[in-house]
Design a protein around this ligand. Structure first.
Ligand code: NAP
Length: 287
């Protein structure tokens, strides 16, 4: 049998395509005399990685003609300080989306902060109202990484209806919401976690396999059905190198579609954040 040709997803190009579409929409809105959408990003403390993520997100906003504002609080800020800032941004009519960069300092509950964000501005899609909308399959602001995963699958023509989808991980931010998105698209979904028995056997049934566990190279070539679409969400550092949750090199020639750990789902997540902010803007302003 001839070896299988794996299509490696170019998340950067795909993201450029999506951001080009968003830029065009914003250009038309501004041309029609409207203000551009605005994303507010909140950074608490001086975590270097968080600061760099925020810089990247603000740069991405600027490139598509979206405004952004950054509000920084010191690492000594209390939960009440963070909630007061969120409240101020909720009431600011010029702000369409609010993103509070995680992780937050000890003593500040990420859940309580997420719950405090106005669901209409919750561009991370983590508020229970938006999570509930996703559960029910009604329009809302959905979590960015799961939306990016669906976008990758759709833009590569992966058939989801009737497909067996296996999701590794059940987090609120990736595993659960992507399982629901796949279910709404009529896939037969199995959600796995740390207590799942015989994980390799479950994975081998998958036509679509999503790995979001945070375990370097957990998914091995003999766990994957030949030709399956494999989405690697994992971001792990091993000996100073970025490594995903799947054995990328090993899966070449086995998977039909494969995302790399760098330049795969990461840029798609930011594109979905921009798309959510534009969606929030349109819904709030009726534009
Ligand atoms: P998380 O909250 O840490 O959850 C990990 C999940 O994986 C849990 O459900 C856990 O099971 C499960 N798990 C852990 N070890 C396992 C094992 N050996 N076998 C089966 N399941 C196992 O993770 P997350 O926030 O979803 O993130 C997952 C990965 O994606 C991380 O590497 C993160 O950095 C990355 N990520 C990337 C992006 C991006 O934009 N590229 C966005 C978000 C996250 P239990 O529930 O039983 O504990």
């Amino acid at each position: 049998m001839a070896p299988l040709e794996t299509v490696v997803v170019d998340g950067k190009s795909l993201s450029q395509e999506i951001r080009g579409e968003l830029a065009e929409e914003i250009r038309k809105l501004v041309e029609a005399g409207r203000r551009p959408p605005c994303l507010a990003v909140v950074l608490v403390g001086d975590n270097a990685a968080s600061a760099s993520y925020i810089k990247g997100k603000r740069r991405a906003c600027a490139r598509i003609g979206m405004e952004s504002v950054e509000r920084d609080l010191p690492g000594s800020a209390s939960e009440a300080d963070v909630l007061a800032l969120v409240d101020e941004l909720n009431r600011d009519d010029g702000v369409d989306g609010i993103l509070v960069q995680l992780p937050l300092p000890a003593g500040v509950s990420a859940a309580r902060v997420a719950f405090a964000i106005d669901p209409a501005k919750d561009v991370d899609g983590l508020h229970p109202v938006n999570a509930g909308r996703l559960l029910q399959g009604v329009p809302g602001l959905y979590a960015c990484t799961p939306c990016g995963i669906l976008e990758v699958l759709d833009r590569h023509g992966v058939e989801l209806e009737g497909a067996r989808a296996v999701v590794l991980g059940r987090s609120e931010i990736v595993g659960k919401p992507v399982s629901l998105l796949l279910l709404h698209r009529h896939a037969t979904v199995t959600v796995c976690h740390s207590r799942t028995r015989d994980l390799p056997a479950v994975c081998r049934e998958a036509d679509v396999l999503v790995a979001a566990v945070g375990r370097p190279r957990l998914v091995q070539p003999d766990w994957v059905k030949p030709g399956a679409a494999v989405i690697d969400v994992g971001v792990n550092e091993v000996d100073g190198k970025l490594v995903g949750d799947v054995d990328f090199d090993g899966l070449l020639g086995v998977a039909g579609l494969l995302t790399p750990s760098r330049g795969g789902i990461g840029p798609m997540t930011i594109s979905m954040l921009l798309r959510n902010t534009l969606q929030a803007y349109r819904e709030r302003s009726g534009a």
